[in-house]
Design a protein around this ligand. Sequence first.
Ligand code: TPP
Ligand code: MG
Length: 598
Amino acid sequence: MARMKGADLITEHLIRNKIPYVFGICGHGNVGMLDSLYQAKDKIKLVSPRHEQVAGHMADAYFRVRHEAVATLTSCGPGSANIVMPLQVALSDSSALLAITANVPTQQFNRSPFQEVNRHFQADMVNVIRPVVKRSFQPTRVDMLPLALRQATTTMLSGRPGPVNVDVPFNVFQEEDDVEVPPASPPHGAQRSGASPDDVAAALDLILKARRPVLFVGHGVTLAEASVELTAFARKLGIPVISSPNGFGTIDMTDPLSLGFIGRNGAFPANQAGRHADVVISIGARFDDRSASSWLPGYSWNFPHSKLIHVDVDPDELGRNYPPDLGILADARTFLRQLLSELEHRKPREDVLKAWHAEIKGWAGEWEAFTKPNFDIHATPIRPERIVADCQVVLPDDAILACDVGVNHNWYMQYWKARRPQTMLNSWGFSGMGFGAAGALGAKLAAPDRPVVAIAGDGCFTMVPHVLCTAVEYNIPVVWVIWNNFAWASIRDIQYGMFGGRELGTAFYQGANQTPYNPDFAAWARAAGVEGVTVTKSQDFKGALEHAVKANKPFLLDVHVDANVRPPATGAWQLPPTPYNEPVFGKRWVPGDMVPAK
Ligand SMILES: Cc1ncc(C[n+]2csc(CCOP(=O)(O)OP(=O)(O)O)c2C)c(N)n1
Ligand SMILES: [Mg+2]
């Protein structure tokens, strides 16, 4: 036991858990914590962005790259209100961060002091935050801190990781008590669940009987760091792999077995394989609407015609959308290792997937023939495909792409070939605008020796333009590629489609004659001390990106992209009651069309 201030105990806890950064913004509520961080500044670093949203996205991205969590620090009231959105972004995608929020002094609870949320209950910010975290803790005395901190850190990293909130009243930072720093929590991935031997055997029986099997992998495979096992298993049995965006790169996507993403904005071979499969082995993926063509039968998936083996660490995900034939509660890497070792005890299988591989090859060829010509077109404004293609050529395999939200992201989901896991960051489940532009900063701190490029729509970037200041203040050399189409184009396209070409509030205009408007992003960057270049000709993009990456300093490329070229739909997406559109390329499975084997 030692006599310690609450804030010092928190700082010691962070250090003991090897948390190197706190991304946070000051307020009167957390000055006690800031002073403690000041005392420990050779062991833990405060990075103070200009908006709490950015702090949240930075911490989220840091975890996605390293699978080690950092903390955020916000003040009471508005400061903590600003972190609600990024917490849900992290929660939706199972990303961990320790959100320390300050609150009003316990002595003043319920007296409506400055910045208290108290309409229904005292110091109630925890209940604002509660739905967007895995768990919220509110230690109201210093001697409650050790347990709360240990439980919070363990909860954050165990099982399916997620953001956790520790809400600390002002006085708890300052007051002292005789306390002990809690032991460090097990790091992410230290405790893993496995499948029962019967389930492993049953899964392999089904897989070996299949003639059109497909693996569907999601963030669970990335989080379990099961890339080696996934690749070995897929290659051993020749099973093609469909990836959700947060599963990108768990198998090298230039491998012919990798079919890319599925759903409306997926790749044609992935949707074809998904809807024609006889057995789907889903690992750490959750069949959300965008990767399941809104569950419309026959577009991306074809259950119950196809059999489903569904593996996840979270029981809530098993069968959420499709009842599995075999539901298995297990960590992805453990399960894949179990499958691989079970496979060693089985007789070698003949090459029964020849026909399936030939079909897939045919679909991949059709897709390539349909899409390839557009990748070669030079134009002003620039065709989207060229930007994706040039990024693919310029960026090394270990570069990290921090994607934002919108049609710019759709292009990367459809065409990006990640070579390694944890190299493509997506706000997938919640799609919070600003995630890519801000997350890039956290990603770079997580991987200082690798290039980090944010792909951010003009709309996304203007939500968090102050990321420029943080990059300069802390010398974080990220490259922002602004996908500038002078519109919230993804939403404008939905409006156009649903409402007979009418549009309101989905593009950027100036004046009565509706001249397209945007700030001069490059000049904006320069004003903040960041290098900025405007690119309007496709011929110039590749060189500009090469230069920006090599410069190894904060860099912004304002790239003017054609808003009227849209990613070809290969599946469907529906917002009831609106009717959905048929795919532009490919068609849904209908009975009689290559019926999957039973
Ligand atoms: C914080 C937030 N507000 C609103 C939305 C809804 N939304 C999704 S995409 C989008 C437009 C994105 O515009 P931009 O960044 O320019 O990307 P584009 O679609 O033009 O490529 C909007 C407003 C959102 N996802 N997140
Ligand atoms: Mg835009």
